[in-house]
Design a protein around this ligand. Structure first.
Ligand SMILES: Cc1cc2nc3c(=O)[nH]c(=O)nc-3n(C[C@H](O)[C@H](O)[C@H](O)COP(=O)(O)OP(=O)(O)OC[C@H]3O[C@@H](n4cnc5c(N)ncnc54)[C@H](O)[C@@H]3O)c2cc1C
Length: 418
């Protein structure tokens, strides 16, 4: 039963991806009257096709050890990062900021900030799933990071140091132990690191649908339409303007439109360097092999994930902007790599997908009040970790909006750091 005060505060949440849907649910649960708005259906943006991993250790920032790999990655046509030449110039300012964020002093601050979200993420996720009776959407198994050679393992030392520094549980395994855990893996995999607390969501799209449905079940409404702008009215309320001409007057607005939040922020006079890191997946419905663990291959920077609808192979980063057509050769390269790690993997019935990670150059999200318009809040820029951080982001936004002290210091996530 949701308790409502005499004058229920109204809030519009723009964007029904995993971030917006989780926020809508939490705000409705706390007694606000929520309208969730999306230009399409809930969960059909980037949250549809991610690699389904609660990837707590991904809070490791991108410092000099990453930069050193980038030239090799960019030159390798089968490598994990592609930059379309036509987009290189447009990308330059973002890239300079990315390099600046990796200098050692700043890197430590970014990793501390990332860990302040990673630490509560799994607990918050479990609570969120239990609250909508969907605990079965998360598997119990962890994730295996795999290495074909000692050199690959040595090259990933930075991540191991990071995990030790922040007290992660992990086990380093050799040949026989790896196959005992995951018989589908090739004997050519020489080493693996088991990350027991990185969990997998069986169906990331279904998760968003369940969150949005649960918010509606508590009384939230859903509006289908593209938001064009937000304006302030004289009485302090905000007016959300839709492309259709419709206007929605509310007390509070949360902008959670993934990478598209950039355009709304620009209109509010606070431009943010939000770029798309495009990523691909292949969903293999008849893989001919079954797996228990999600697998990440750090050297090749992609994942193989057992999901409700078969095995999903995906990852990589393509820097080409929002408008360029997908280039599904990227997805096929990953399938070939996956077949090397999982020799029994067959690709008989499959589908391909591309999505836009909302990426900020310092790799941590914006979870923040607007610095220009009172009553407007941002939750965007979750990059590679939107699924991982959705439940924690929802708690933090709901705390800010309802005037509670957030459990995490949100200073590092402010929009005015740009
Ligand atoms: C290949 C790949 C693998 C990934 N793997 C993982 C992983 O394993 N673990 C993890 O934690 N993260 C992963 N991610 C990242 C994660 O998917 C994203 O961080 C997350 O989905 C972002 O969620 P979001 O709600 O911010 O954006 P979205 O899911 O894109 O949702 C934004 C919504 O806003 C709507 N919208 C946009 N503009 C407007 C407008 N003007 N008006 C109304 N609605 C609007 C869109 O229609 C969309 O539904 C991966 C991403 C990719 C691409």
């Amino acid at each position: 039963m949701v308790e409502k005060s005499k004058k229920t505060k109204t809030v519009a949440v723009v964007g029904a991806g995993v971030i917006g849907a989780a926020i809508a649910l939490e705000l409705q649960r706390r007694g606000l009257q929520v309208t969730l708005i999306d230009k399409g259906e809930p969960g059909r943006g980037t949250s549809y096709g991610n690699m389904a991993s609660i990837a707590l250790d991904f809070a490791a920032g991108s410092g000099p050890s990453t930069w050193r790999k980038i030239p090799r990655w960019l030159l390798d046509p089968e490598g994990p990062v592609w930059l379309r030449p036509a987009y290189a110039l447009k990308m330059a300012p973002w890239f300079l900021r990315f390099i600046a964020a990796g200098r050692p002093s700043r890197l430590r601050e970014i990793e501390d900030a990332g860990m302040s979200l990673s630490n509560p993420a799994l607990g918050d996720f479990r609570t969120m799933l239990a609250s909508i009776d969907a605990s079965d959407l998360m598997t119990d198994e962890g994730c295996l990071a795999i290495y074909e050679t000692e050199a690959e393992f040595a090259a990933d030392r930075g991540r191991m140091d990071f995990m030790r520094r922040y007290g992660f549980d992990f086990d380093v395994l050799g040949g026989g132990d790896i196959r005992a855990l995951e018989p589908a893996l090739s004997p050519s995999i020489a080493k693996a690191v088991l990350l027991p607390n990185n969990k997998t969501i069986r169906d990331p799209y279904r998760l968003v649908v369940r969150l949005a449905d649960a918010a509606r079940g508590l009384g939230a409404s859903f509006v289908s339409g593209a938001v064009r702008n937000v304006e302030k009215s004289g009485d302090g309320t905000s007016v959300v303007l839709l492309e259709s001409g419709e206007r929605l007057t509310v007390d509070t607005v949360v902008l959670a439109a993934g990478v598209h939040t950039r355009y709304l922020a620009e209109k509010l006079g606070e431009p943010i360097p939000l770029e798309t890191e495009r990523g691909y997946h292949t969903q293999i419905m008849q893989p001919g092999v079954s797996m228990r663990y999600s697998v990440i291959w750090p050297h090749r920077a992609f994942m193989i994930t057992p999901t409700a609808g078969g095995i999903r192979v995906g990852g990589n980063v393509e820097l080409a902007g929002l408008d360029a057509e997908p280039d599904f050769r990227r997805a096929r390269v990953l399938v070939r790599h996956a077949q090397r790690a999982v020799p029994g993997l067959k690709v008989e019935e499959s589908s391909e997908w591309m999505g836009h990670r909302p990426a900020l150059p310092d790799t941590i999200p914006i979870i923040s009040p607007s610095s220009k318009m009172p009553g407007v809040w941002y939750a965007t820029g979750h990059g590679h970790l939107g699924l991982t951080y959705c439940a924690t982001t929802a708690q933090l936004v709901a705390d800010m909006v309802t005037g509670r002290k957030p459990a995490v210091d949100l200073a590092p996530f402010r929009i005015d750091r740009y």
